[in-house]
Design a protein around this ligand. Structure first.
Ligand code: UDP
Length: 411
């Protein structure tokens, strides 16, 4: 299916699309390259797979390339990722060397392109040394909750980051002391993607039944990579507390990302914690399960994203878009999306999550009111059209260093 910006007009309104077309006219002479570390799995790949075709449809010459890395490299960058999220990680000299060596290999092989190069997250950050050869404007786009990073690893990465022309963070809480400009751009979801498009009740029901869930009883769902920072064990704890008062089922579904080597280990922990409870459904989803994920979320009664750290949490916006009441950990980008008590509920513990789930299960009107408010909030703030607008503004802003940077949104 070919993506067209015009298809979004009925969803976001004429003004939003007209503004995009106007901006695209101003940026059309510039080309753009996105670089990240995986083409499948996780939020960055999710966003780029939808945004790149739309940027092309707007006439912006856009490319998306993925760096190469072996298992050792991704084990190191996952440790960086955890350390930047404030986790307690040991990062030794050998690990730093693995990072440098892989960066070097990519520098030799990699084809950089474009007037603007947007490098996503820490894995490819070292490619910046190429700029002195190829020129262009380089932006480092950070998707991580970097509010309390391990200072040693941040100092190491900062040597690279500070060589960029600008940095982009998902929310002001993540801003860092940097000598380069910092832009705040929250991520987004695509309402027309296979994961978010409208489905019929029959389609939803068929998927729910295929996964052997009972459509007659409440379903609590968390869809996430199996990652400790997503706290799947905390979700199981919350479900067990809810079960004292309400009959319900728990669905924990997720797959891996090629740049996340910890998934299998965490999945094993989750299976053990689930034990022989027939009402806990642990699903390992293959890549490209978008239709099934869409239907599973639509078939859920309450959606949970009980993360301990979260850059943004696309899964939250995806569920809100489907008018689902969402309970999220009060961290990072989840706080941008869930206005407590209005567009969802923020919680700090499994007990807190259980209380809110119990409240929602007992009150259909509350579920509906919260779900409707969440849908409107996503429409106005977290759809791909707003994200593209911000990137186009960013391309204009860094083209001319005197541009008024306050044009960029800060929700
Ligand atoms: N996702 C998926 N399959 C899975 C688990 C997650 O397609 O098995 C998607 C999910 O729907 C969302 C993205 O991957 O679009 C995850 O993004 P998020 O920001 O929630 O978390 P991240 O994985 O980037 O930490």
């Amino acid at each position: 299916m070919k993506e067209h910006v015009e298809d979004y007009r009925p969803i976001v309104g004429a003004q939003v699309i007209d503004e995009l077309l106007l901006l695209a006219d101003r940026v059309r002479h510039r080309s753009l390259q996105h670089i990240n570390s995986t083409s499948v799995g996780g939020g960055v790949a999710e966003i780029l797979s939808r945004m790149v075709p739309l940027l092309r449809d707007l006439g912006i010459d856009t490319r998306w390339d993925v760096i190469k890395g072996n298992q050792a490299f991704f084990a190191v960058t996952k440790a960086f990722h955890n350390a930047l999220h404030g986790g307690d990680e040991t990062i030794n000299k050998e690990m730093i060397q693995v990072f440098r060596d892989t960066t070097e290999i990519n520098l030799q092989d990699f084809d950089t392109f474009g007037d603007v190069v947007m490098v996503h997250d820490p894995q490819p950050v070292g490619l910046i040394t190429r700029r002195s050869v190829v020129g262009g404007r380089w932006l480092w786009r950070c998707h991580i909750d970097i509010s309390t990073p391990d200072p040693r690893i941040w100092e190491f990465l900062r040597q690279f980051v500070s060589q960029y022309d600008g940095s982009v963070f998902s929310m002001p809480d993540f801003a860092q002391r940097l000598s380069i400009p910092q832009f705040m751009v929250p991520p987004s979801i695509d309402p027309l993607s296979e994961k978010n498009r409208e489905l019929s009740d029959a389609e939803v029901q068929a998927v729910v039944e295929r996964y052997e869930l009972d459509p007659e009883r409440p379903i609590l769902t968390q869809i996430s990579r199996f990652d400790r920072l997503k706290d799947p064990l905390g979700v199981i704890q919350a479900y067990r507390l809810v079960r004292r008062h309400h009959d319900c089922q728990l669905l924990l579904a997720g797959g891996g990302a090629t740049d996340d080597p910890e998934g299998q280990e965490v999945l094993q922990e989750v299976r053990e914690a689930a034990g022989d409870d027939q009402d806990i459904h642990v699903l390992e989803l293959p890549p490209f399960s978008d239709f099934d994920i869409n239907a599973l979320v639509r078939g859920s009664t309450v959606v949970i994203q009980k993360s301990i750290k979260e850059g943004f949490g696309l899964t939250v916006a995806e569920a809100l878009w489907k008018r689902k009441p969402v309970i999220g950990g009060a961290v990072g980008g989840i706080k941008l999306q869930l206005l407590n008590g209005v567009t969802g509920f923020l919680v700090h513990s499994p007990e807190g999550a259980a209380n809110r789930i119990t409240e929602l299960l007992a009150n259909r009107e509350l579920r509906q009111a919260i779900g409707d408010a969440g849908h409107r909030y996503v429409r106005d703030n977290f759809l791909t059209t707003r994200h593209i607008r911000d990137y186009l503004l960013l391309m204009l802003a860094i083209e001319n260093k005197d541009t008024d940077l306050s044009l960029l949104t800060k929700p």
